[in-house]
Design a protein around this ligand. Structure first.
Ligand code: HOZ
Length: 430
């Protein structure tokens, strides 16, 4: 495959951008080789600068749940730009999207729009701290909540991919206020809570993890956490940046029937534009400025173009429940196909999946937490990644990421992915 234009761009980029990319995982360092530079995308396909076509399994890390360039969202954006790009003042669509989010996400009574998932998580813990008057938070090893200081402790996604789960630059004071527990380990959480009585403001987790690869909550885990938080007056936060509007129209909380106190959102909520949000119980959200004393602001928050894209996306999802049926069917078909190939080849690798999220882990162990995710054969994953890319399948370039399906994938695309997977596995295991 000719990727010479991408290679030239990457080489040039190294001179001006740290590592040549604006977000680390994109540099392909975990899988080797040179990243492909994307020029355009439509429906289930992305095209690189050398005009190679790939079937999409990243979908911008989640937002493009309807595939690329959906006509309704394109129209909403092009209509909105006729009226300028930013006002720094309230607009009608901000009210409409807030009302819609409250109606779709079971636990959200009030919501504040921001510009990214990172802003959402940073703001959510600040509110939790203001509300409780406490400093410490609990997060889980391998969960990733964006690049806010408090979260770069035992962090997943790019942080673990590049061997820096604890980032330099985070002060000891901040790090001391972040307690970590193994995912799916209720006992460990209870011990942390007992050892820090009255000091924990918030417990934050990905209710289904996407950032150490796809990892599901064990039976009773979310319920157990809810109970601990209730008993100890801890603000329970679901980071639904990945799962929100994806695992159902009300996210993981609707799917699992558990209501957190606060929820953070991103990705799909902007229809591909940079949007995040945090919301939850009114009694907590009423602490946010200007109603309450917890300060959080943003010139571009609620940006009119981004709101037009997000509102159109959410309205569509709200009015088309068949989206979720289709994603479930596609997810099952793909995972069944992968499972059959794995068995046929005499392998015993682990596939974790739920709805339209999945990860094939190159390990024979069940993957239920960060240590088990790390038993994966990373060099083998790198070879597999390139074998898939060579066959026109565009995946996340790290073992520690989830893939995201879109409704633009038809049966024929899924068949092609299954076939590419089988051929790629054959190629890499020799
Ligand atoms: N941290 C993101 C995935 N979990 C990657 C974002 C990107 O590179 O765009």
């Amino acid at each position: 495959m000719n990727i010479s234009t991408s290679q030239a761009l990457f080489e040039k980029a190294q001179g001006f951008i740290p590592g040549g990319v604006n977000s680390p995982v994109r540099a392909f360092r975990a899988v080797g080789g040179s990243p492909v530079f994307i020029k355009s995308a439509k429906g289930p396909y992305v095209y690189d600068e050398d005009d190679n076509e790939y079937i999409e399994l990243i979908n911008s890390w989640g937002p493009m749940i309807l595939g690329h360039g959906h006509e309704l969202i394109q129209k909403a954006v092009s209509d909105a730009i006729q009226h300028s790009f930013s006002f720094g003042a309230p607009t009608r669509r901000e009210v409409e999207i807030a009302e819609l989010i409250v109606s779709m996400v079971p636990s959200i009574e009030k919501v504040r729009m921001v510009n990214s998932g990172t802003e959402a998580t940073m703001s959510a813990i600040r509110v939790a701290r203001g509300f409780t008057g406490r400093d410490k938070i609990i997060k889980f090893e391998g969960c990733y909540h964006g690049h806010g200081d408090s979260f770069l402790i035992a962090a997943g996604s790019g942080a673990v991919t590049f061997g820096t789960p604890d980032s330099p630059g985070v002060t000891k004071g901040v790090a001391n206020d972040t307690l970590t527990a193994p995912y799916n380990d209720l006992e460990a959480v209870q011990k942390l809570v007992d050892a820090n009585k009255g000091a924990i403001a918030a417990l934050i987790l990905e209710p289904v993890v996407g950032n150490m690869g796809c990892v599901l909550p064990a039976e009773g885990f979310l319920e157990g956490l809810r109970k601990i938080c209730d008993e100890e007056g801890i603000v329970f936060i679901f980071d639904e940046v990945m799962t929100g509007f994806r695992l159902s129209k009300g996210g993981a909380q609707e799917r699992f029937g558990i209501k957190p106190d606060l929820t953070t959102l991103g990705k799909i909520i902007g229809g591909g534009m940079p949007v995040g949000a945090y919301g939850g119980k009114a009694e907590i959200m009423n602490w946010v400025s200007p109603l309450g004393p917890v300060y959080q602001a943003g010139t571009l928050s609620g940006n009119p173009i981004a709101m037009a894209a997000g509102l159109t996306m959410l309205n569509y999802l709200n009015e088309h429940p068949e989206v979720y049926t289709q994603l479930e069917v596609s997810g099952h078909k793909l995972v069944n196909g992968f499972t059959n190939s794995i068995k046929k080849l005499g392998l015993n690798y682990t596939i974790n999946s739920i709805g339209s999220m999945y990860t094939l882990f190159f390990t024979e162990q069940a993957v239920t937490d960060f240590p088990s995710a790390k038993t994966s054969d990373l060099p083998l994953f790198g070879k597999y990644f390139h074998a898939m890319l060579d066959r026109g399948i565009y995946m996340g370039p790290s073992q520690f990421e989830s893939m995201f399906l879109s409704t633009a994938l038809e049966n024929s695309h899924i068949d092609r992915i299954i076939q590419a997977n089988e051929e790629s596995l054959k190629e890499v295991i020799g």
